[in-house]
Ligand binder design. Structure first.
Ligand code: PMP
Ligand code: GLN
Length: 377
C-alpha cells in the first residue's frame, strides 16, 4: 500500500451511508438531495445522449459551457473571467481541488486548511506531497468565526496556499467581509495562493455569498472552484469547474489533463442550459432549503440536541450533549434509524468538536419529517 494515503482509510461518507443502508435508516449523513433538478436540464442531457454527444469533450470543456460559467460569475458577482484561458471544466469540484493542489503546490510546502475542513482537502494535500497546517474556525455566540490570529501565526516561509471553503461544509458558516478581508490581506502580504471552494455559493440563507477572488489583490492569486452538483441537484453528474488567472489555471490544467483528461460530455450542455435558464429554479431551491434548515434546526432542539446556527450549505451541526459524536453517529442507524456524520471526521484536533454531529437537511419534507420523528422517539 502507498503510505502517503494510508492515514485516510475509507471516507466517512462511504462508511455512514453503508451503515444507513444496512439499517434502513433515514440518511441525514451524506449531503446529496433526494429529488431531481430542473426538468428541462435533465431533458437536455437525454437529448445530448440521443443525438450522439458521447465522445471525449474538448480538454478544457465545451466552449459553450465555459461561456455560460463566465456569464454566471459576471451576473452574480460582477467578476470577469476569460472563457478561453481562465476557465476549466472538471470532473466535479473534487477533481478541481486535487488538480489545483497537484498543479500548484510543490512537495514539501505547506497548505493551510480551516478546521473543520471537507475531507478531500487533506488527501489532496497528501497526494501533492505537501503538509497540511490547520487553523480553527471557532464557535462564538453568533455561530462560527475564523481565528484570524491563528491564521496569521500559521503562515511560514513554506506556506504555498490557503484553502477557504465558504459557504462552509460542515458548519454552514458563511464567511463575512471581515474574515475574507483578513485572509486576502494575508495572502497578498505573504504572496500566497488561495483555493476558494464555493460549491455551496448559491445555497445561502441569511447573507449573500462573497467570492474572495473579488477582493483587492486576489484576482491573480485565487483559484475558485465550484460545481453544478449542489446548484442543480445533480451531485452524480460531477460537472465542476475552476476559474483563475491564466498562469494559475495553466497549472491546474497541467495536472487535470492526466487525472481524467476530460469528463461528463453529455452533461456539459445540460449544465450550460441550467446556468442560463434556471435562475428561478435555483431561487426556489434556496427558499426551500432555508425552510428545511429552519425545520431541522428546530427539530434538533426539540430532540434534546443543541444545534448551531447554519447560514448556508446543506448542513446544520449540533452538539449531542457530552457524548462522543463518533460513537453516537455509528450507533445512531441501529439505535434510532437515522444517520448523521461526526464532525471529528473533518478535523485534526478533536476538541472542541468531539461531541458535534452534522445533519443534512437537503431531503424531501416527508423524509426530513420521518428523520425528525425517529430522532425524537
Ligand atoms: N467541496 C465541498 C465543500 C463539498 O461539500 C463537496 C461535496 N459535496 C465537494 C467539494 C465536492 O464536489 P463535487 O461533488 O462537485 O466533486
Ligand atoms: N459533499 C457531500 C458531503 O459532505 C458528499 C461528499 C461525498 O460523498 N464524498 O456530505
Amino acid at each position: 500500500a502507498v503510505t502517503r494515503l494510508q492515514p485516510f482509510g475509507a471516507t466517512i461518507f462511504a462508511e455512514i451511508t453503508e451503515l444507513a443502508r444496512s439499517h434502513d435508516a433515514v440518511n441525514l449523513g451524506q449531503g446529496f438531495p433526494d429529488w431531481d433538478g430542473p426538468a428541462a436540464m435533465l431533458e437536455v442531457a437525454r437529448e445530448q445522449i440521443a443525438t450522439g454527444n458521447n465522445q471525449y469533450p474538448p480538454a478544457r470543456g465545451f466552449a459553450d459551457l465555459r461561456a455560460a460559467i463566465c456569464e454566471d460569475r459576471a451576473t452574480n458577482y460582477g467578476l470577469e473571467y476569460c472563457p478561453l484561458s481562465e476557465t476549466l471544466v472538471t470532473v466535479g469540484a473534487t477533481e478541481a481541488i486535487a488538480a489545483t493542489m497537484l498543479g500548484l503546490v510543490e512537495p514539501g510546502s505547506e497548505v493551510i486548511l480551516i478546521e473543520p475542513y471537507y475531507d478531500s482537502y487533506a488527501a489532496a494535500v497528501a497526494l501533492a506531497g505537501a503538509t497540511r497546517v490547520s487553523v480553527p474556525l471557532v464557535r462564538d455566540a453568533a455561530g462560527f468565526v475564523l481565528d484570524v490570529d491563528a491564521l496569521r501565526a500559521a503562515v511560514t516561509d513554506r506556506t504555498a496556499m490557503i484553502v477557504v471553503n465558504s459557504p462552509h461544509n460542515p458548519t454552514g458558516h458563511v464567511f463575512g467581509p471581515d474574515e475574507l478581508g483578513a485572509i486576502a490581506e494575508l495572502a497578498v502580504e505573504r504572496d500566497l495562493i488561495v483555493l476558494a471552494d464555493e460549491v455551496y455559493e448559491r445555497l445561502t440563507f441569511d447573507a449573500p455569498h462573497l467570492p474572495i477572488a473579488g477582493l483587492p489583490g486576489m484576482a491573480g492569486r485565487t483559484v475558485t472552484v465550484s460545481s453544478a452538483g449542489k446548484t442543480f441537484n445533480v451531485t452524480g453528474w460531477k460537472i465542476g469547474w475552476a476559474l483563475a488567472s491564466q498562469p494559475l489555471l495553466d497549472g491546474v490544467l497541467a495536472a487535470k489533463q492526466f487525472l481524467t483528461f476530460v469528463g461528463g460530455g453529455p452533461f456539459q450542455p445540460a449544465v450550460a442550459h441550467a446556468l442560463r435558464h434556471e435562475r428561478a429554479w435555483v431561487a426556489d431551491l434556496q427558499d426551500d432549503l432555508r425552510r428545511k434548515r429552519d425545520l431541522l434546526t428546530t427539530a434538533l432542539s426539540e430532540a434534546g440536541l443543541a444545534p448551531f446556527r447554519s447560514e448556508g450549505t446543506y448542513f446544520v451541526c449540533a452538539r449531542v450533549d457530552g457524548e462522543d459524536a463518533a460513537r453516537w453517529c455509528r450507533d445512531l442507524p441501529a439505535a434510532k434509524g437515522v444517520a448523521a456524520i461526526p464532525v471529528t471526521a473533518f478535523v485534526d484536533h478533536e476538541e472542541p468538536w468531539r461531541d458535534v454531529a452534522r445533519f443534512a437537511f437537503c431531503k424531501r419534507d416527508e423524509v426530513l419529517d420521518e428523520g425528525v420523528r425517529r430522532l425524537r422517539g
